[in-house]
Ligand binder design. Structure first.
Ligand code: N01
Length: 863
């Protein structure tokens, strides 16, 4: 097939595109459909992008080809048949050539042309581009469709340029192929490219030495004909299948499991792992357990089962050990699919060099020197990877407003809005840019979504007479933070991976792709448009406009909990009787993770004013005595018990190294105000008097509580001050009720949809206290005198109806001269921090609480 499309470059176009791979081709197709004049540039002399360059032996996709294909045109789908489950590079390249021909795309592509510089001209509102051969053109919109893994990394090995033999890079493989027959060959690198090529190179080479710095997890691809199940699903309902892919977690229709590695019986764990192992699909092995990406114990179950498989294949025990990854969680570096990779190390002419024990000293003219050994080679293959995601973008000299370059702006890591645009670079789009799902997903699905979003954006702008678009700094900062929040609840940041930029010396260590899922990401992109281009500043003949804001403010795992609860359609608690609400809470509590192990738990009772009060004591494993915490549970004075806050109390005990005494108290409506207060105060007096017997350090008593329990803790501190004792060293108020005023703004902004609702708070107050009693400071401590109270740690949550009264209490305490540490839990709801081991993003806040409490002893801490 002749390669065409090297015609003249016009001086002006509507849209200039860099790249003619999966992204660039589809983009050209869509832009043409819009009637825009577009031109694409590619350094290569044909289409294909990654599939043009990566021609090394064994190169294949690692997403099933049934799914690794465009879905925008049913006609294209029906006239192309994939021959294998995972197609080879030549077949995928042939597919892309077919696409280029079918839609006559080559006429708008300039091959062999690199864009070397792009600068925004604010006066003309156009991008001015320069090509490698000195040509210039201008465009209204500039799109980098240059791929995430297109800039090979230069090998950072001493003497890399000195070798006189043949040198090959997997990412720039010779078109004519390479014959290694009879040669001594070295392969450096054991990522996907190394793992795919090593078995085939071993078939030809006389001797093959593999230099491994980090072992990789890999599972057998079990290649063969395309999966009959996937083919059948496509044949039955092609459109439905593609739509399911678009709204899936990773861009391939897959069933999500709710089986936790922590709780599943051993037989179930084994079976699920074995099924995934046999499927030969990455998303299968990445989804054995619901919690393997976030929980190290669960993750290690999968990792160990893979290590068992490796040891079962590789005959030499030392080699097997060296091939087993042990120092990063499974999945946090891209796992690989292989065909006989581990088996290759059983061949007599194949040797593994573990660079961690035997580092390379230098590459020489003749081979590779290690300490005490020089190995001669005729050929060295570098499978050493890429400057991923940001590399291809900053390698072009892109200059935005105010003369700031992209490289400079991203010095400390990429900053984008949706991975599509970046502030200060108007009309500049990225396809599958950093902070979009991209490399964590089926690339083709993500590419189609980005191209559709970009072209839809241009269509809307044209329809509304606008010609300039740029994200706002606020929207961008919010997206960057959301990306970080998503990554932080996973194990990904623990690995030195290219996802983290860790493979390139000097690159900032920042998690690059969006890990919240293709489905969640698509929802965010759609919402931005539905909300009138939320977070974008637009301009043009129609005049400027901006609907500034942040698209995702809630913590990602909290959002998941809320989505799950919404899907269950649970009845609102305030529609139940108190008895039913209590029973309902018990059912919910029974299904949650238990929280951490503590040293000892004792259930007992203490004398209260109207009978015994049950309490549960949590003792740390360390030798006592310990600081003491008297704790009151939440539940609106109506619900809850020492069981309901059990995981939180365990966590508090472990993190603070304190004996926690969680005291039950009388509940409304059976025992209305001030019964709970009387009980709480009596309990605190008893605990203070019995501190030593409980294992506490006398004089180190903190009174704590969550929600209504926080109310009781605050009130108790006021009562103790007024009664002249007992001595309380500190108060910990977690989302406390401090006032009966339900007119504060947080009751409207957070009054619905965040578990604790304004209606439920009203219901609680109605059960607890008469209107006249509610303004009493021992019901609403904010209305009391605050001077002379113990130092306080006050925690408020951004999306809690109680936020504003908690904030007001912290401020009022500080104004009254009380030392206060006020922790604002960003993106959290009323129940976030007590959902231990469910809402992972709550853990750092609980750590901060523990640190703040430590600061109360013996000195106090001011915020
Ligand atoms: O690159 P990599 P890749 N001395 O960065 C080692 C996609 N892909 O081209 O891990 C010694 O993964 C490096 O060691 P370490 C896929 O997303 C897909 O293989 O940094 N060793 C590592 O072992 C993939 O993840 C397919 O310690 C050095 C290796 O080189 C991504 O592309 C196929 C070194 C590089 O592994 C990149 O894969 C191929 C040094 N100085 C690629 N520097 C499909 O199947 C680096 N290494 C679709």
């Amino acid at each position: 097939m002749a390669v065409s499309g090297s015609g003249d470059v016009p001086a002006e176009v509507d849209v200039a595109v860099v790249g003619a791979g999966f992204s660039g081709l589809y983009l050209l197709y869509r832009l043409r459909e819009l009637g825009l004049e577009a031109i694409a540039f590619d350094e290569a002399d044909d289409v294909g992008g990654t599939w043009y360059w990566n021609r090394y032996p064994g190169a294949r996709c690692d997403v099933p080809t049934t799914d690794y294909a465009y879905s925008f045109d049913p006609g294209l789908e029906s006239d192309w048949t994939w021959s294998e489950k995972y197609a080879t590079q030549p077949e995928i390249l042939a597919y892309l050539r077919h696409v280029a021909d079918r839609y006559d795309l080559r006429r708008d592509i300039r091959f062999g042309t690199r864009i070397t510089a792009a600068a925004w001209d604010e006066t003309a509102r156009r991008w001015r581009l320069r090509t490698g051969d000195g040509g210039e053109l201008s465009c209204r919109y500039y799109v980098m469709a240059s791929g995430c893994l297109s800039l090979p990394k230069t090998p950072d090995i001493e003497g890399a340029g000195r070798f006189r033999g043949d040198v090959y890079f997997t990412g720039r493989w010779p078109h004519e192929g390479v014959d290694f027959t009879g040669k001594r060959v070295a392969v450096v690198g054991t990522g996907s490219s190394g793992i795919q090529s090593i078995p085939l190179i071993a078939r030809q080479a006389a001797a093959l030495t593999v230099f491994q710095r980090t072992p990789n997890f890999s599972i057998p691809a079990r290649n063969g004909p395309p999966s009959p199940d996937r083919l059948a699903a496509l044949a039955t309902d092609r459109a439905g299948y593609r739509e399911a892919a678009r709204w899936s977690r990773g861009g391939v229709p897959s069933e999500l499991t709710d089986v936790s590695g922590l709780t599943a019986p051993e037989a179930v764990r084994r079976q699920r792992f074995e099924d995934a192992w046999q499927s030969g699909e990455l998303f299968g092995i990445l989804g054995v357990f619901s919690d393997q990406a976030v929980n190290l114990v669960s993750n290690d179950l999968v990792a160990e089962m893979i290590r068992e498989k490796i040891r079962g294949v590789v005959s030499d025990a030392d080699t097997a050990d060296a091939l087993c990854p042990t120092d990063y969680p499974f999945g946090t570096k891209r796992p690989c699919l292989d065909s006989s990779y581990f088996e290759t190390f059983n061949l007599p002419h194949v040797r593994l060099v573990d660079l961690r024990t035997t580092p390379i000293v230098a590459i020489t003219e003749a081979g590779i020197d290690m300490a005490g050994e020089s190995l001669p080679f005729e050929a060295i293959v570098f499978a050493t990877g890429f400057d991923a995601m940001t590399g291809p973008l900053v390698s072009v000299n892109v200059t935005g407003t105010g003369g700031v370059t992209l490289e400079r702006k991203w010095e400390r890591g990429p900053e984008t809005y949706l991975g599509l645009m970046t502030a200060g670079f108007p009309n500049f789009f990225m396809v599958t840019g950093p902070q979009s799902p991209s490399v964590l997903s089926n690339m083709v699905v993500s590419i189609e979504q980005h191209v559709d979003w970009i072209t839809d954006c241009l269509r809307r702008m044209r329809a509304e007479n606008l010609d300039r678009i740029e994200p706002t700094p606020l929207a961008e900062a919010g997206w960057v933070r959301h990306n970080q929040d998503c990554a932080d609840i996973t194990l990904y940041p623990r690995a030195n991976s290219w996802y983290m930029g860790a493979n390139v010396p000097g690159k900032p260590r920042v998690f690059l792709p969006y890990v919240g899922g293709v489905d969640a990401y698509r929802r965010a992109c759609d919402e931005v448009i539905e909300k009138g281009f939320l977070g974008f500043r637009l301009d043009g003949p129609a005049g400027p406009r901006c609907n500034d804001g942040v698209i995702r403010r809630i913590q990602p795992d909290v959002a998941m909990v809320l989505d799950l609860m919404a899907s269950l359609g649970l009845p609102p608690m305030e529609t139940m009787s108190a008895a039913d609400a209590r029973a309902f809470l018990e059912v919910i509590d029974a299904s949650r993770p238990p929280g951490p192990e503590v040293g000892e738990i004792i259930d007992a009772a203490l004398p209260g004013p109207a009978g015994d009060l049950a309490y549960r004591l949590y003792r740390p494993p360390s030798q006592g005595p310990h600081p003491l915490i008297a704790y009151f549970h939440g539940g609106g004075w109506v619900l809850g018990s020492q069981d309901s806050d059990d995981p939180f109390c365990r966590d508090l005990c472990v993190r603070t190294g304190s004996v926690v005494v969680s005291v039950n108290y009388r509940h409304a409506p059976e025992d209305r105000f001030p019964a709970a207060v009387d009980d709480a105060f009596a309990a605190v007096r008893w605990i203070a008097a019995n501190a030593a017997g409980l294992g506490g350090i006398p004089g180190q008593l903190t009174v704590a509580g969550w929600s209504a329990g926080g109310n009781l803790a605050a009130v108790t501190c006021q009562l103790a001050r007024d009664a002249g004792g007992p001595d309380i060293a500190g108060q910990l108020l977690l989302h406390p009720v401090t006032d009966c005023d339900l007119g504060r703004p947080s009751y409207s902004s957070n009054g619905e949809g965040f578990v604790l609702t304004a209606a439920l708070m009203r219901w609680f107050w109605d059960h607890y206290a008469d209107e006249a009693d509610r303004v009493n400071p021992i019901a609403s401590p904010l209305r009391g005198t605050l001077a002379g109270l113990p130092p306080a740690v006050v925690i408020t949550a951004e999306f809690d109806p109680l936020r504003d009264e908690g904030d007001a209490y912290a401020e009022a305490l500080a104004a009254a001269g009380v030392p206060v540490r006020h922790i604002r839990a960003r993106g959290h709801i009323h129940t976030s921090l007590t959902m231990v081991d469910v809402v992972i993003s709550g853990a750092p806040v609980r750590a901060e609480i523990a640190e703040a409490l430590a600061g109360l002893r013996p000195a106090t801490v001011l915020s």
